[in-house]
Design a protein around this ligand. Structure first.
Ligand code: NAI
Length: 420
């Protein structure tokens, strides 16, 4: 087995500086790392991690290694790898990485296989590709070693929950995404800002004054709509859930069907976790020059096959910008091949947000070790105390103090709960 597969080891010095920069914004993870170094809660544990290879992930890897884990890292998306970070992890931190930005499908899967061949006791996944492949092709050989796994994102959690329902899930998995200190902040504020960052880096367009459609008003969509509005865009929300649609309307956004928005939309961004949200029936109505992108986990929210079919030609006009010319001459611009815009064309979430998400990942791994053998083959949420602990450390690092309940208030509230 190869030790690693990365683009270029000479990129390591740049990667190291960027990892250190991110570390300064990740005080919660730094505190956990300090404790892990002393207590070694992951000693003797092999971990295969399938995450976006970014500066923030590098600091999570350093934390797991400090805790005693023997880890390998592979990419959870072919376009999100930061090659300098991959190089630094290998060269400076002695952590094997299998990831190259822009890798083709076969290489992407061969990297997942390399991670599986590490024979992990714990998996860490972002989107469920590693766990999915393990269950499909490697169940006999490797599943027996696994005591549990963690999952980072909404789409991965949905995949795991359906595996659990079908009785197919073979080990317990902690849905890190479900921690309040993850999705309230990472999905909302992280995706909101970094998706706009990806849009601006890829296109350099002015956001204000644009008719800006956000498809999906979940955690990510709320963040994106809020930030686009803040920059002066005319934000329109599309939804399939009537409750979310009312929420968007009451938050001050125009809500309509995507077909109604198509003729005047300047920018359309999907964040739904669903399939063909922008489909052929929408593309035929597109305004000339519309920019379409996705920040949901998989690259199937925009029907790219339909776009290809409707187009007479296509060319790359800037990095991450593909210009499609439709039969009648209208142009449609697709960003980053429909893959996660914030991680493809920008650097993903700011480190300060990933600090909390990855604190959950690190404590999730520790929780699995502590509870090995006691957990069932189910999808779990981390206990509320861990959420509160992460939030308290984060507040402290921000210099914010909050009030604490008095004895009298604790008694008063518990009397309501117990009905006395
Ligand atoms: P969520 O479940 O909170 O929200 C998704 C929303 O999309 C729901 O309100 C749903 O009703 C709506 N929706 C579904 N189909 C739709 C359709 N055809 N048209 C319009 N709306 C539709 O999920 P969340 O947490 O917002 O995540 C969304 C996606 O983003 C997932 O794939 C998740 O894995 C991914 N994600 C991406 C991140 C990034 O860095 N780009 C960070 C976190 C999550």
């Amino acid at each position: 087995m190869k030790y690693c597969d990365i683009k270029d080891k000479s990129l390591a010095p740049k990667g190291k500086l960027r990892i250190e920069w991110a570390d300064k914004q990740m005080p919660v993870l730094a505190l956990i790392r300090e404790r892990f170094e002393k207590e070694k809660p992951l000693k003797g544990i092999k971990m295969s991690c399938c995450l976006h290879v970014t500066t923030e992930t590098a600091n999570l890897m350093r934390t797991l290694k400090a805790g005693g884990a023997d880890i390998v890292l592979c990419a959870s998306n072919p376009l999100s790898t930061q090659d300098d970070v991959a190089a630094s992890l290998v060269e400076d931190y002695g952590i094997p990485v299998f990831a190259i930005k822009g890798e083709d499908r076969d290489t992407y899967y061969s990297h997942l296989v390399s991670a599986i061949e590490h024979e992990p006791n714990i998996t860490q996944d972002d989107g469920g590709d590693l766990v999915g492949l393990l269950h499909q092709n490697y169940s006999d050989t490797y599943l027996k070693n696994i005591i549990g796994g963690t999952e980072e994102t909404t789409t991965g959690v949905i995949r795991l929950q359906s595996m659990e329902k079908e009785g197919a899930l073979q080990f317990p998995v902690i849905a890190v995404n479900e921690s309040a200190t993850k999705h309230f902040f990472d999905n909302r504020y992280g995706t909101g800002q970094s998706t706009l960052d990806g849009l601006m880096r890829a296109t350099n367009i002015l956001i204000c004054g644009k008719n800006f459609v956000v498809c999906g008003y979940g955690w990510c969509g709320k963040g994106l709509a809020m930030r686009a509005k803040g920059m002066g865009a005319n934000v329109i929300v599309t939804e399939v859930d009537p409750v979310k649609a009312i929420e968007a309307a009451m938050d001050g956004f125009r809500v309509m069907k995507l077909e109604q928005a198509m003729p005047f939309a300047d920018v359309i961004i999907t964040v739904t976790g669903n399939l063909n949200v922008v489909d052929e029936r929408h593309l035929v109505l597109a305004k000339d020059g519309v920019i379409i992108a996705n920040s949901g986990h998989f690259n199937d929210e925009i029907n790219i096959n339909a776009l290809e079919k409707l187009s007479k030609s296509k060319r790359t006009v800037r990095d991450f910008v593909e210009e499609y010319t439709l039969d009648d001459g209208r142009k449609v611009y697709l960003l980053a091949e429909g893959r996660l815009l914030n991680l493809s064309a920008a650097e993903g979430h700011p480190a300060v947000v990933m600090d909390m998400s990855f604190a959950n990942q690190a404590l999730g791994a520790e929780y699995i070790v502590k509870n090995a053998g006691k957990m069932e083959k189910k999808v779990y949420v981390l206990p509320e105390e861990i959420d509160r602990e992460i939030a308290s450390i984060k507040l402290k690092s921000m210099g914010i103090e909050i009030d604490v309940l008095t004895e009298e208030q604790i008694k008063y509230l518990s009397s309501w709960k117990s009905g006395t």
